[in-house]
Ligand binder design. Structure first.
Ligand code: ATP
Ligand code: MG
Length: 399
């Protein structure tokens, strides 16, 4: 079998639905792919006929190609990635490339061929191509069965714009929209299990995520900050996070604990977190806040308490996990690769100065009254002065 140029074809259905925005979405996805595939042996990325073509280096091995395919699969906006070859539009060559593509699949029992031509300037129509390529593959793989319904493998042949693309390996992508097409959000990132998943879900809907983490420092160790950094590195691999602001919050909590009735402390901590996040949103031109809250999961996540914290800010607070069960969230954290990091013990600000019986149904007037005793505006100003920032590479972000 001859060597053909290896390629990946990136499919994206949702983008196709977006009418006039389509082209800007495609451009965004191409740019994200270009940046995220930088470390891989890729020579060209371009749009072709409703797909994105990723051309791999001439000397790219099968293993290298699998690495590229794997990286592409998890990039938001990718519905499917297929790995195969580009070759000349000549039927003998197409046959040969199809055999290479089927060989790459490894173990399989049955297959079928699904050919398509974009223009009638290619003399052989798709039905004929199916038959010719199918017959050739039957010769080359005598053990394999042809099966029209639910075969193990579909060998695709697409004759488009002066070339033929042939592939048999095809993986489902994570879907969604390319990061950068939905604006910016500020994600409240603890080192826990939920908030990284919430952040990732927003990135998968096209938002550029900027994290803010409230550390227990100086009253506690900086362990949670290291964990958040590890989490951000995981999110960074698929271009989902641009930066993380870190707020040493321990001292403010200590003062709140000293001045506010114990049952309202948690709500007041959280209101202050939201206000700081909102100030950062203005600075970053972000249009929403994101948390990992899930209804009823813990004391602060009742509808009354959600209302009492929302009252602290005017930007929309998005809670992508609000209707998810813990087990679903854990599964997603495992798939994402943040679960093991989040499962490590760390004292973040949440575990500091916790009252024994936090209020589960906070009354707004009482909360506001308690908060009035505190120099909130001065604190926010001071927090913004001493805030620390860490940057991550996000192709869709420019500061
Ligand atoms: P998580 O698993 O995300 O830590 P949780 O189940 O521990 O969530 P809470 O402690 O009530 O629940 O936190 C709810 C949400 O508030 C978190 O998902 C996160 O968005 C935000 N949050 C909590 N603690 C912090 C923190 N230290 N820094 C930044 N955001 C936080
Ligand atoms: Mg937590």
């Amino acid at each position: 079998m001859a060597d053909y140029q290896r390629i990946c074809l990136v499919h994206y259905h949702e983008i196709g639905l977006k009418g006039r925005n389509r082209s800007s979405f495609e451009v965004r996805l191409v740019r994200n792919l270009e940046a995220l595939l930088e470390p891989f042996p890729v020579v060209q990325i371009k749009r072709i006929s409703g797909r994105i073509l990723v051309v791999l280096a001439g000397d790219c091995s099968y293993e290298d190609a699998c690495g590229v395919e794997d990286a592409i699969q998890y990039i938001p906006g990718v519905a499917r990635v297929s790995c195969g070859y580009i070759c000349d539009r000549e039927i003998d060559i197409i046959n040969d490339a199809a055999a290479c593509a089927l060989h790459d699949v490894g173990v399989f029992e049955s297959f079928k061929v699904a050919a398509r031509r974009n223009h009638t300037d290619f003399a052989i129509d798709s039905m004929e191509m199916n038959q010719i390529v199918g017959a050739h593959l039957c010769e080359q793989f005598p053990q394999a069965k042809v099966k029209m319904k639910e075969p193990d493998v579909e060998v695709r042949v697409e004759v488009i714009q002066g070339a033929a693309y042939v592939y048999a390996r095809s993986l489902r992508g994570i879907g969604g929209l390319p990061v950068g097409v939905s604006g910016r959000v500020i994600c409240l990132l603890s080192s826990g299990i939920d908030s990284p998943v919430a952040c990732w879900r927003m990135a998968r809907r096209g938002a550029v995520c900027i994290g803010v983490h409230f550390s227990g420092r100086p009253a506690a160790e900086a362990t949670s900050e290291y964990l958040v950094d590890d989490i951000a590195h995981v999110l960074e691999k698929t271009g989902c996070i641009a930066r993380v602001y870190v707020v040493p919050f321990g001292e403010y909590q200590r003062q709140i604990a000293a001045l506010v009735p114990p049952d309202l402390r948690v709500i007041i901590y959280r209101r202050l977190m939201f206000k700081v996040a909102e100030a950062l949103a203005h600075k970053e031109r972000a249009r929403g806040l994101v948390t990992g809250e899930s209804l009823g999961q813990v004391a602060s996540q009742t509808l009354d308490n959600i209302a009492a914290t929302n009252d602290a800010v005017s930007l929309p607070v998005l809670r992508p996990l609000i209707g998810s069960d813990k087990l679903e969230i854990i599964q997603q954290a495992q798939d994402l690769g943040t679960f093991d990091i989040s499962s490590q013990d760390a004292t973040d600000c949440c575990t500091l100065f916790m009252p024994r019986n936090p209020e589960t149904h906070a009354k707004l007037d009482k909360v506001r009254e308690a908060e009035q005793l505190l120099p909130i505006d001065a604190w926010i100003e001071h927090i913004l002065e001493e805030i620390e920032v860490k940057d991550y590479s996000c192709p869709a972000y420019t500061s």
